[in-house]
Write a protein that binds this ligand. Structure first.
Ligand SMILES: Nc1ncnc2c1ncn2[C@@H]1O[C@H](COP(=O)(O)OP(=O)(O)OP(=O)(O)O)[C@@H](O)[C@H]1O
Length: 289
């Protein structure tokens, strides 16, 4: 099997070796989310690596694949096929290299301001394509942003996306999404609208630059209250990105920064004067010396 330029993060687990739909040989587990698992696989017909996703709740797979497939953009994951194997639906996607933003934040800490600015611009381009296709992603968060090895930034996981083209989704039984990365209007049960993706983009960029979620308060009720009131935790590291992140995090979608305004602000943000805060260990060493 051809390999990706990185180590699979969960090597050794999953049904490795299984042939799906007579064509895709499963390899290492690439990731597991709250709603499904993704494996690296070898497309034995075309001889190329692909990623296969099996949802824990297969009923939604067709909607997820259709929503993602209707957007063709460098900033969104490319859907190659939807296959059935033993009655189970599997989404076949391009295999992405790199790590999710959530993994990067957990393992390396916050990103530099300039990098967050570039990630933000890439995500705005991706969301523009998503919204043009008549889709609201509804789950923009660090765990759904893949930072690929070659610098590409890719929005993944259209598991709860809404597409006007295929009609409204049946109402979910419970809350869908991540409480710390949801918009106030989503919490109120308002119909999905593109502006909601801009709020969660703001929360994602806040997390990228500050190293923590703006609204996660440790318990569900407090987190939801913080989202409803759109009161982010204090800014410490965002510097010139703070105004645009605050604009995206406006509680009222009508007063929220539009996609175009956010892009303009990110392009204009002067990140030249920003200095990275000194890592704590290094600062402690200097104080001792
Ligand atoms: N095309 C891909 N190429 C490489 N890795 C991928 C790909 N798609 C997903 N992954 C990895 O698999 C993990 C789970 O994927 P995904 O987010 O689609 O699952 P999920 O269960 O819907 O997640 P969530 O918890 O957000 O609901 C991701 O976090 C990522 O690490």
């Amino acid at each position: 099997m051809e390999t990706l330029p990185y180590e699979p993060r969960h090597a050794g687990t999953g049904p490795a070796g299984r042939l799906v739909a007579g064509r895709y040989r499963l390899g290492a587990l690439l990731g597991r989310g709250g709603m499904g698992s993704v494996w690296l696989a070898d497309d034995e017909l075309l001889g190329r690596p692909v990623a296969l996703k099996r949802a824990d709740e297969p009923g939604r797979t067709l909607d997820e694949a259709r929503a993602a497939a209707s957007v063709v953009h460098r900033g969104t994951v490319r859907i190659l096929d939807l296959v059935r194997d033993g009655g189970e639906p599997w989404i076949v996607m391009e295999a992405l290299s790199g790590r999710t933003l959530a993994d990067v934040l957990r393992e390396d800490g916050p990103l530099a301001v300039e990098r967050v600015r570039r990630v933000g611009l890439s995500l705005l381009d991706a969301l523009e394509a998503v919204h043009r296709a008549g889709i609201v992603h509804r789950d923009v968060k660090p765990g759904n942003v893949q930072l690929c090895a070659e610098g590409r930034v890719v929005l993944i996981d259209f598991g709860i996306a809404c597409s006007w083209a295929y009609g409204p989704r049946p109402p979910a039984e419970g809350f869908e999404g991540s409480p710390a990365y949801v918009s106030p209007e989503q919490l109120r049960g308002a119909p999905p609208e593109p502006a909601s993706d801009l709020f969660t983009l703001g929360a994602t960029l806040y997390a990228a630059v500050e190293g923590r979620s703006p609204f996660d308060r440790g318990d569900l009720f407090a987190t939801m209250l913080a989202v409803t009131e759109a009161t982010p935790a204090p800014f410490r590291l965002a510097g010139p990105l703070r105004p645009v992140i605050e604009g995206l995090l406006a509680a009222d979608p009508a007063r929220r920064c539009t996609l175009g305004q956010a892009r303009e602000a990110l392009v204009a943000a002067d990140v030249t004067a920003v200095r990275r805060p000194m890592p704590e260990t290094c600062a402690r060493r200097m104080i001792k010396a």
